[in-house]
Design a binder for this molecule. Structure first.
Ligand code: SF4
Length: 171
């Protein structure tokens, strides 16, 4: 893991939801979480959750909850599911997504581009829309440190290394 993804422009994401009635938001607690900790200045993982990726993914949960509020204020029904990890799912994960889909007319992906493609590919007959919320632009090497509360990790901004895909082959 270590794909670097950034939030897409807020207006673009909002436009994607324009005609939505029920949005199913699929979130990945993997490297999307480190990416959001870095780009949004959020805590990364709750230390008390140990190695439980889904429970510990504070940055992803915070961004998910922000969008949950925005969409609900706009009168939409919002449901969500955390999938670890959409880029390498077992059938059991696909089944969880199918069960959660119900009457959703929109699937929003808070994860990297691999996760977006993986979910889109598993639902070729879905008649609704897919809304990517992040774009993947590189890889990262991050140093994690404690946040101010001492309860979470966060990405140390000063030492963060983001290697954009455009630079990867240039050494
Ligand atoms: S789906 Fe993307 S963000 Fe999630 S673990 Fe896989 S590579 Fe990382």
């Amino acid at each position: 893991m270590g794909l670097f993804s950034e939030m897409l422009d807020e207006k673009r994401i909002k436009d994607g939801f324009k005609d939505s009635g029920h949005v199913l938001m699929i979130t990945c607690p993997g490297c999307a979480c480190e990416s959001l900790s870095y780009t949004e200045g959020l805590p990364c993982r709750a230390l008390e959750s140990g190695k439980d990726m889904e429970e510990s993914a504070v940055a992803v949960q915070r961004v998910r909850d922000q969008w949950d509020r925005v969409l609900k204020e706009d009168g939409k029904k919002v449901t969500h599911i955390s999938v670890a990890f959409p880029c390498e799912m077992f059938d059991t994960e696909r089944e969880r997504i199918l069960e959660k889909l119900q009457d959703a007319d929109t699937i929003a992906l808070l994860c990297c581009s691999s996760g977006y493609v993986a979910v889109k590919d598993m639902l070729p007959d879905f008649l609704g829309r897919f809304v990517p919320m992040m774009k993947t632009t590189g890889t990262f090497v991050f140093k994690l440190v404690l946040d101010e509360s001492g309860k979470n990790s966060k990405v140390e901004q000063e030492t963060a290394r983001v290697i954009k895909f455009s630079k990867v082959n240039q050494g």
